[in-house]
Design a protein around this ligand. Structure first.
Ligand code: ADP
Ligand code: NA
Length: 332
């Protein structure tokens, strides 16, 4: 009943990281290149659930758009836009706020992690974040959502919201989207702490590789990554209990287009003194062209704004009829 359509987003709340690239952005490009209809969004309304300096947000939104294009998103083949420019996201989010239940939001692990013990001081928007994300996806009747592992629970919640809406209003209107989580790098971890995910919101810049990092910075961060003193094991079982080693092997595998087992076949028995320089070279060879293209695109911010503006018009053309129909189903 519903045709295949991909939707996903990334927050323009800081530098895009290697985690965003391997877990999300690179998948976005693959889906586009498979010829499926793809809609990609810089989710600035999500970013402001925690404080954002206005000028920094404007800059980061353009920079994230440049990152998408430099990584291979083609605005002629994918719709690329900025969430706040399509009013339907905020409108449908309100409608979905009235479908979603408080208890469902309370169970979200990202909310618990981000708000922590200070939930009283968190914004109402941070609590409602998953409901906005559900609206983002449902607004386009998207059927597949490529994401990293950390977003799986939010896509499941989207399915619950869609199901409740369809049930309450006795319609078969919203599809139940599937998360698409593939490859060796669905959860890239911090370079400083193998138990934390690599994130643009981590205060330690050394914990992550940014799309904006120079080759020297990338090599230095990998050289200084926290590891144990043991050599790499020959098999995957040997990575048990070695989160940092596992992370670097996963990153290598994802960058090289190999499986982690293949990487261990090559480097098993070698120490990090040999593996880290090889990983640094590989990371630089993949990231440097993206970095160079981002820098080139950032020379012309007006062109980036033009691309985002046109993307917003295309997104709105799909979203508006679905939003109108949602109001009608709800009696408005
Ligand atoms: P961040 O967590 O860096 O602020 P977002 O919340 O904007 O990033 O996430 C954008 C996309 O990038 C999501 O699909 C998310 O799952 C993915 N992602 C973010 N961090 C990682 C990571 N460390 N490893 C794999 N995927 C990630
Ligand atoms: Na995230």
């Amino acid at each position: 009943k519903f045709k295949r359509r991909i939707f996903s987003g990334i927050q323009p709340s800081g530098n895009l990281t290697l985690g965003n690239y391997l877990g999300a952005l690179r998948r976005f490009v693959e889906k586009q290149d498979e010829g499926i209809e793809t809609i990609y969004c810089l989710v600035d309304l999500h970013a402001i659930t925690v404080w954002q300096d206005p000028d920094a947000l404007r800059h980061q939104t353009r920079e994230a758009a440049a990152g998408f294009i430099a990584a291979g998103i083609d605005p002629e083949r994918s719709i690329l836009f900025n969430q706040s420019q399509v009013g339907g996201h905020a409108e449908l989010a309100w409608l979905m706020n009235c479908v979603a239940r408080m208890g469902w939001m309370n169970r979200m692990t990202q909310w618990k992690d981000k708000a922590g013990k200070n939930a009283e001081k968190a914004s109402l928007g941070l609590f409602a974040y998953p409901s906005l994300m559900a609206a983002d996806i449902l607004l386009y009747h998207a059927t597949e959502v490529p994401v990293g592992e950390d977003q799986k629970q939010h896509v499941e919640l989207t399915r619950d919201i869609a199901a409740k809406f369809n049930h309450d209003y006795k319609v078969d209107f919203f599809p139940q989207p599937d998360s698409v989580i593939e490859g060796a790098a669905t959860r890239v971890m911090s370079l400083r702490d193998g138990t934390k995910k690599m994130s643009k919101s981590d205060p330690s810049d050394a914990s992550r590789i940014n799309l904006t990092d120079s080759p020297d910075a990338i090599a230095k961060k990998i050289r200084k990554a926290v590891t144990d003193p043991e050599p790499l094991p020959e098999t995957l079982e040997g990575l048990e209990g070695r989160a940092e080693a596992r992370n670097l092997v996963n990153i290598y595998a994802a960058l090289a287009g190999k499986t982690p087992a293949e990487v261990l076949g090559e480097y098993g028995g070698e120490g990090f003194g040999k593996f880290k320089p090889a990983l640094a070279d590989l990371a630089v060879s993949v990231m440097e062209p993206i970095n160079a293209e981002m820098n080139r695109l950032m020379q012309d911010p007006a062109e980036i704004d033009r691309i985002l503006g046109r993307g917003a018009e295309q997104a709105d053309a799909i979203a508006r009829p679905i939003l109108e129909k949602t109001y009608e189903i709800m009696g408005m």
